[in-house]
Every structure is written in C-alpha cells, then in structure tokens.
Design a protein around this ligand. Structure first.
Ligand SMILES: Cc1cc2nc3c(=O)[nH]c(=O)nc-3n(C[C@H](O)[C@H](O)[C@H](O)COP(=O)(O)O)c2cc1C
Length: 182
C-alpha cells in the first residue's frame, strides 16, 4: 500500500519537515510505503485561469501548463492515500501547496480521479499558532471540492509540538491501517 506525503516548506529542517518525517515513520510502521514529495523542489506554475476561466481542466481533467503538474497528478492518482503537510502562512496553506491544490481542484472537476481518495491534513505553525485552524479548514474545503475522504486534520504549533510530533507517528500508522482495511 502506498501513500504520497506531499509537503510544502522550504525549510528542510523545520517543523513541517519534522511533521512529514513522523507521518512517514508511522506509515512505514504500519507496513505501508510512504513516498515523500517536496513541492518546493517541483516546477509548478500558478493556474492562469485560461480561455474564458475554464481551460481543458473542466472537460478533460488536464492542465495546459507545461511543468511537473501532470506527473504529480498521475502519482497522486496512483497512490492509495495522500497526506498534505503545509506550513501555515498568513493563516492559510503555503503558496506551493495552494498552487498545486488550485490546479488539482480544477482538473478534478473534469475527471474526479481523486474522488473518494483518503487524505490526512497537517498544518504546521510557528509563534502563536494563530491561523493553524483556518489553514486546515481551507485545505479541508478544497479536499471537499475534490470529494476526497478526509480522515483527520491536525494542527502542529510551537506549544504542542512536544506531544504532537510523536502523535503524528500514530496518525500516519492509523491512516495507513485504515487504507489497508478499505
Ligand atoms: C510568510 C509567512 C507567514 C506566516 N504566517 C503565519 C501565521 O499566519 N500564523 C502562524 O502561526 N505562523 C505563521 N508563520 C510562521 C510559520 O508557520 C512557522 O515558521 C512554521 O514553523 C513554518 O514551518 P517550517 O518550520 O517548516 O518553516 C508564517 C511564516 C511565514 C514565512
């Protein structure tokens, strides 16, 4: 069983990376295969809202932009589950993940290939942690537009990281086991 762990922080030793590592550990512990995808290393352009606002995304489920998107989309479709791990920027999803989700949502309108796919949402915030919940809500909204099956929404903040990071191992494990049962 394979799970894609998509993460979107430029800091390879930051909180988001630590959260991603714990999730991967949990998936592996459950006997699954976790494939990490670091979005900051991918060539991903922003949606251009081409044509009259809808390009071939609407009817054909594909994007006209030529970058790494099509390959990422294929990998997400092939995975049995997806974990999205983002830093919280401006109370919201980080731009690299937002960019991917914007385009996925459009293509899903035309294809529905991620519909029903289990997902886990993790938001990592610094400082006060303000905005971690709205970030998760925003991700959940997009996952809902794509009719994905959201298993959990987890905030990691400076206050809770000592007990939340270990808990993410359990979350990854439970997620992988749940997928295995389906
Ligand atoms: C542009 C920007 C905006 C941010 N906005 C918020 C925010 O709204 N709320 C918050 O708690 N932290 C915010 N932060 C702090 C990050 O969420 C925090 O540093 C987090 O640990 C980033 O993950 P990283 O450790 O992987 O870099 C922001 C950081 C940046 C760079």
């Amino acid at each position: 069983m394979s799970v894609m762990v998509v993460w979107a922080s430029p800091n390879v030793e930051g909180l988001t990376a630590a959260a991603k590592d714990r999730i991967v550990e949990g998936i592996t512990r459950a006997g699954g295969t976790a494939e990490s995808l670091h979005l900051c290393r991918q060539k991903l352009q922003s949606c251009q809202a081409c044509a009259d606002g809808w390009g071939p995304c609407r009817q054909e489920g594909r994007c006209v932009l030529e970058d790494d998107f099509a390959e990422i989309y294929d990998r997400l479709i092939a995975a049995q589950g997806i974990v999205f791990v983002t830093p919280v920027y401006w109370h919201d999803v980080a731009e690299r993940l937002k960019c991917l989700l914007d385009r996925l949502r459009r293509c899903e309108t035309g294809s529905g290939r991620l519909a029903g796919k289990p997902c886990l949402l993790v938001a990592c915030a610094g400082g006060t942690g303000n905005g971690a919940i709205s970030c998760l809500q925003n991700m959940e909204k997009v996952a809902g537009h794509m009719k994905m099956s959201c298993m959990d929404r987890l905030p990691v903040i400076r206050f809770n990281e000592a007990y939340m990071l270990p808990a993410l191992v359990g979350a990854g494990e439970a997620f992988a086991k749940k997928i295995e049962q389906q």
